[in-house]
Design a binder for this molecule. Structure first.
Ligand code: GRF
Length: 188
């Protein structure tokens, strides 16, 4: 599920095309009707659906989240991968996929939770930034950490250049973490 341009989804779909993802992306859901991730899904031949989020800004309405669960169950998904999904996940989804929702966050968690984490890193003048793949729980960017990749913060970095470097690291880390998670589920 994603709300944005879908570059992480592209990395996952390309890994699947190369046979290195260890699982099959079967459905893409978005809370944003014209999100790039839905166009990308189409170009990879994967069904994509917009689900209207309802009146809240930071979460789906309970009805909308129930609709997400319905679509995911209908598609028979085993686990859910968030790739730039900008709303907090609530009980219906957490209960439907306990311990089976992954997210990628553009910081070395637990540092810099929340929005524009790369900008937070730059403002804090840290020497290193990076990205984290973690399980999703009821908090914001708080679930169990599965893996991280570090990148340097360079003296002349802008928020944009640092974000770009972190995204390149994300595109390597996420397919690898998804493959490991899929293998772990198959062994259970
Ligand atoms: C990524 O930077 C990810 O860390 C964050 O949202 C962004 C999504 O980017 N959760 P994209 O839509 O995958 O390009």
């Amino acid at each position: 599920m994603g709300s944005g341009k879908g570059s992480n989804f592209r990395a996952l779909a390309e890994a699947h095309s190369l046979g290195t993802l260890g699982c099959e992306p079967v459905i893409v859901l978005s809370d944003v009707e014209n999100a790039g991730i839905l166009d990308l899904a189409k170009s990879f031949g994967i069904p994509g659906h917009f689900v209207s989020p309802g009146p809240f800004r930071t979460k789906m309405s309970p009805e909308a989240e129930a609709e997400l669960v319905r679509l995911l169950r209908k598609a028979d998904v085993d686990f859910l991968v968030l790739a730039g999904f900008m709303r907090v996940i609530k009980e219906p989804l957490l209960q439907a996929f306990p311990g089976r929702i992954l997210n990628i966050h553009p910081s070395l968690l637990p540092d810099f939770r929340g929005l524009e984490a790369w900008r937070q890193a730059l403002d804090a003048s840290v020497p290193e930034a990076g990205c984290t793949v973690h399980l999703v729980d009821a908090g914001v960017d708080t679930g169990e950490i599965l893996g991280q990749r570090r990148v340097p913060v360079l003296p002349d970095d802008t928020a944009e250049s640092l974000h770009e470097r972190i995204q390149m690291a994300e595109h390597e880390l996420y397919p690898q973490m998804v493959r490991e998670f899929a293998e772990h589920l198959q062994q259970r």
